[in-house]
Write a protein that binds this ligand. Sequence first.
Ligand code: KIV
Length: 300
Amino acid sequence: MARDGRPFACLTCYDATTARFLARAGVHILLVGDTAAEVILGYSRTIDMPLEVAIALTAAVKRGAPDRMVMADMPFMSYQADEGDAIRNAGRFLTEGLADIVKIEADASHAPLLERMARAGVPICGHVGSRPQLAGLSGGYTGAGRTPREAEQIVADAVALERAGCVMLLMEAVPEDVARRVIEATTVPVIGIGAGDGCHGQVLVLQDLLGMTDSPPRFAEAVADLGRQIEAAGAEWVRRVSERRVTPKGTGTPGNPAGPRSSIRGAGGGEKTTEPHSGGGSVEPGASEAGRVTPIQRKQ
Ligand code: KIV
């Protein structure tokens, strides 16, 4: 696709349900970014992303969108401290995490590690330009490639990463002309974020696109206002509960079913069941004044 000049679309994604919808929308690559630390886990920095959680979320996304390319972001300290661990952790993303490719924030100094990884059979996307895992050194999340020297370095990094075996590059927050130079100097597909319109592919953090981020980066234009819609839906639910009108007409209750319940909520993934929920996720009438809540039993 990148070779024939058609741009491809990539979005971050962190769960199976959303992956199912993004696959139906035709998004080509789902990136399980370490931004999950911020938008899913509520931390203020991506370096707080736990490895085990990242692997689990990656597998969830692949189960939700089995026919999409899923890219796993290798979290802070999952590849920096020790090359053996880095290769083993990358392997875990491919096996336990079901990822198709891993992404690593890197520069030319990582070339020996990337070569070993590629030799071991790990498809790698090298992330150049602004590298959020280095925010502690650079004084926060900043743009990159603003000076001639920095721009030169980014182009050299990109070339070194491709030579080391990266099959894809991702370039974050660099001026458009720097992005153009990287594209000209390399042969692999280059995904941009805040790098202008010229890249082969484009990625955004999903929450920025959906209008769920209070202060999104300048380059991220929201195309929906889901934050407000969630708020409105939540408020409507509060209203319905307080007015005792939660049961849709004609559907009955689990104790008095009016129709079959047929599946868990993930209709598109690899693990589905046709068994009804045991226990039901409901407020049983008459159990107490407030009702007794039994959690839905999800099949593992
Ligand atoms: O972690 C992430 O979501 C990313 C994107 C911002 C490209 O790396």
